[in-house]
Ligand binder design. Structure first.
Ligand code: FAD
Length: 520
């Protein structure tokens, strides 16, 4: 064998750089399902199932394209359980002259594969990941010499460079004259709740996926999450169908309802495309182009198209740049010195707090929650409680079907836990229970025993108690930040006695006063 071409579970793109110059007469693809990728964090059943189902479908596609493939199944006797050990075996079988791969999405995996290649005395050719609009080098050039990074400036540069939503004689002006339409987006639902809307297409498991579901249910029985409702796209054809349905049915109202929450409504107007993108079943260029074309054809208002495109051309590329320019040190940052353990209910969802029970319940059922649930419900609670960011990171990486470390880590550790000292976000995203009440039109709080407006006492919303406690614990730091100084100023109005009662109630919550064991 000339080249052994390594393809990982999040690299399911037949056009990836690793295949450049592929010669079926001399080269061979290697893919392996290994337990370690599901156990280094306790990967949820839906997440593991999605990766394995998509890998097996992709393997069939490679074979149909006539690319010789060495594919190792999880349940094959003698599976050695780690990528490194399986690769060493494959090298012994095929005696390749060199190893080739597209840059992976996880620094741990890259290090392990490099070490294996070095131990075998083989060159490992790690090729640029063309999936993304920009390279990590482009991001580093953007970041160089800036005192503070801001997503907004990065995003404008991306819009210009890639000619997305631009108009005017030289294509130099943002469409509609503004870069950002957030002021027209982000409504709450109000008391009546969400208007009628079609759910995303559901892809019933075929025989290949059904076999994977049975395997995962047996092999990872103790892992979080459920498989009964598994309906994610597992092939490129299905992912394209999901994209088309989203653009037609939900994109027109995407911006408007982007930040809204409603109980028992996991999907709303979100795209549910992150997993297909991160597994590389979809290319971000085709997703952005579809949204822009729908706006140009008059089918989608500009604020909706812009709000959606910003998430992909802006945030998604930005967090990737942060990850690869800051790793490996980034993973251990803990700027707020938070050391509390993650409450157990994150793994089973049994908590008297209605918003958390709802967000965690759907997370375990589908491996999905939308951005505001991740940031302002599960993330906010962990931040206010003072949970160690690395424990929060392990949870997010485990539970979501779209979780791959390059995108999950900066979002969790940086944006949601403010643990990177202000690199990702210029201020901690903190709020009291009243924010959740507003964004859910009161619906979540109406079915909860806690009151978002109350700071102390048994009925006080724990988010609200912990919010004030957070302000007190981090008063000096927040007062020094122009973006949070107003929030801290409200502390001055609290009498000492109230401050003491807040701190006591917060300590009781931290001590487990709210924990209820899971039913059954
Ligand atoms: P939509 O709301 O429809 O957004 C469209 C697309 O934009 C998404 O599919 C995604 O590709 C991209 N996008 C949106 N927001 C972000 C963002 N902040 N960073 C990067 N891309 C973004 N996203 C992941 O893909 N994987 C993760 O593991 C992940 N972990 C997160 C953890 C936390 C604590 C937070 C706050 C956010 C996380 N996100 C993650 C970002 C975002 O919440 C998800 O991309 C989004 O909820 C996925 O649902 P969707 O496809 O319906 O997205």
């Amino acid at each position: 064998t000339r080249h052994l071409v390594l393809v990982l579970g999040d690299q399911l793109d037949a056009e990836a750089a690793a295949f450049d110059g592929f010669d079926p007469a001399q080269d061979r693809v290697w893919m392996a399902e290994v337990a370690e990728e599901s156990t280094h964090v306790a990967s949820s059943k839906p997440r593991t199932a999605l990766f394995l189902a998509a890998m097996r479908h992709f393997a069939a596609e490679l074979e149909a394209r006539g690319r010789p493939l060495d594919y190792r199944r999880l349940d094959e006797p003698g599976n050695r359980g780690t990528l490194a050990a399986e690769l060493a075996d494959a090298i012994a079988r095929h005696a390749p002259q060199a190893l080739v791969m597209t840059a992976p999405g996880d620094a741990r995996v890259l290090a392990a594969l490099r070490a294996t290649a070095a131990a075998q005395g083989l060159a490992l050719d790690v090729r640029e990941d063309r999936h993304f609009f920009g390279s990590v080098r482009d991001f580093a050039a953007h970041a160089k010499g800036r005192k503070q990074l801001r997503m907004e400036y990065f995003y404008r540069e991306m819009r210009r460079r890639h000619g997305v939503l631009m108009e005017g004689p030289d294509g130099a002006d943002p469409a509609g004259g503004q870069w950002n339409y957030d002021a027209e987006n982000r409504e709450g639902f109000g008391r009546d709740g969400p208007p009628a809307h079609p759910p995303p297409p559901a892809f019933a498991p075929d025989a290949v996926t059904a076999e994977v579901l049975a395997l995962v249910a047996g092999r990872f029985a103790g892992h979080p999450g459920q498989l009964d409702d598994f309906a994610w796209p597992v092939t490129r054809a299905q992912a394209l169908q999901a994209l088309a349905a989203f653009v037609e049915q939900r994109l027109p109202d995407f911006g408007r309802w982007q930040d809204a929450i409603w109980p028992q409504e996991p999907w709303l107007w979100h795209s549910q495309l992150a997993a297909a993108l991160n597994l590389k079943l979809l290319n971000p260029r085709e997703v952005v182009a579809a949204a822009e074309a729908a706006w140009r054809a008059g089918r989608v208002p500009l604020p909706a198209a812009e709000g959606f495109i910003r998430q992909i051309l802006g945030w998604r590329e930005y967090v990737r740049g942060i990850y690869w320019t800051r790793m490996p040190g980034y993973a251990s940052l803990n700027a707020l010195g938070a050391h509390a353990p993650l409450p157990d209910f994150y793994w089973h969802g049994a908590t008297p707090m209605a918003c958390l029970a709802d967000a965690i319940g759907q997370t375990l059922r589908h491996g999905y929650a939308h951005h505001i649930q991740r940031l302002m419900v599960t993330g906010l609670y962990a931040l206010l409680l003072g949970v160690e960011p690395q424990a929060v990171h392990a949870w997010y990486l485990a539970v979501y079907v779209d979780a791959v470390e390059w995108v999950e880590l900066p979002n969790t550790l940086g944006m949601s836990q403010a643990a990177d000292g202000g690199l990702m976000a210029s201020k901690p995203y903190i709020a009291s229970g009243k924010y959740i009440e507003r964004m859910s039109g009161g619906s979540l709080c109406a079915r909860c025993r806690f009151r978002p407006a109350e700071r102390v006492g048994e009925r006080a919303c724990p988010f609200t108690t912990l919010y004030w406690d957070f302000l007190m614990r981090h008063e000096a730091r927040l007062a020094a930040n122009p973006r949070t100084v107003m929030q801290v100023r409200n502390l001055a109005r609290l009498p000492d006695d109230e401050r003491r009662r807040i701190a006591e109630r917060a300590a009781a919550i931290r001590g487990g006063a709210l924990e209820t064991p899971p039913a059954g």
